[in-house]
Design a protein around this ligand. Structure first.
Ligand SMILES: C[S@@+](CC[C@H](N)C(=O)[O-])C[C@H]1O[C@@H](n2cnc3c(N)ncnc32)[C@H](O)[C@@H]1O
Length: 209
């Protein structure tokens, strides 16, 4: 088995562990960080040209346009850049565990987006933001931490999940699982999206009573 296949198997294992328990995620977190730090310089070359098709299509379902948006597990930043281009008034923060992925994201940030897109190191399972800080929280090929994304999302805000290779994406959560986790937290307005090989789901947090 080559290094890439091993890495993909590890990512699937870590995703399932994180979905099962926060204790298990704490075991996997340093390994996940190390894995992505080690492949940061070649990550973009491993991606196909249309790897964000489903993510970009899903952004079309986001309305009203967000003002503050968060891209969790941003990696080398392509999702954050796509959001910034789609929503020219929005400020975007990209969060990642792996410093070297973020260094690539910083290096790649186009000059015209520098005043609206920033990157910070952090763990999506425990974010350093107050409640209701964002009106869009996105995930491209990223493990969802449902309680935490719910906490930082403003009432009426939207959450987006996209998986570049659909069910064969190493970090993948089925739409049934996403709907069930979000549904029991009061999310509605689910939209399923397909583009090329990719799949995505968008949902809205209930508005304040
Ligand atoms: C499969 S990559 C996806 C990167 C990017 N979103 C893309 O689609 O190209 C997953 C990224 O999530 C990061 N990650 C995994 N778990 C995380 C967590 N709990 N908090 C923040 N980042 C995390 C990894 O370091 C990695 O950069």
């Amino acid at each position: 088995m080559n290094r890439r296949t091993l890495g993909q198997k590890f990512a699937r294992l870590a995703t399932n562990a994180a979905l099962r328990s926060s204790l298990l995620w704490r075991v996997f977190r340093p390994l996940m960080r190390k894995q992505f730090d080690s492949i940061a310089s070649t990550w973009d070359q491993m991606r196909g040209p249309n790897h964000l098709s489903a993510y970009e299509r899903a952004l079309e379902s986001v309305e009203p346009a967000p003002v503050q948006a968060l891209d969790l597990g941003t990696g080398t930043g392509d999702g954050a850049f796509a959001m910034a281009r789609r929503f020219p008034q929005a400020r975007i923060v990209g969060i990642d565990l792996a410093e070297r992925m973020l260094a690539e994201a910083e290096r790649k940030t186009p000059p015209e987006l520098r005043d609206r897109v920033s990157f910070e190191r952090g763990d999506a399972s425990r974010l350093a933001y107050p409640e209701a800080s964002f009106d869009l929280v996105s995930h491209a090929n990223m493990i969802p931490f449902f309680d935490e994304l719910d906490r930082v999302l403003a009432p009426g805000g939207q959450v987006l999940f996209a998986f570049s290779g659909g069910a064969s994406t190493p970090i993948y959560v089925s739409p049934e699982r996403l709907r069930s986790e979000l549904g029991r937290r009061g999310f509605t307005d689910f939209a399923d999206i397909r583009a090329g090989e990719g799949t995505a789901l968008v949902a809205r947090k209930a508005k304040a009573a």
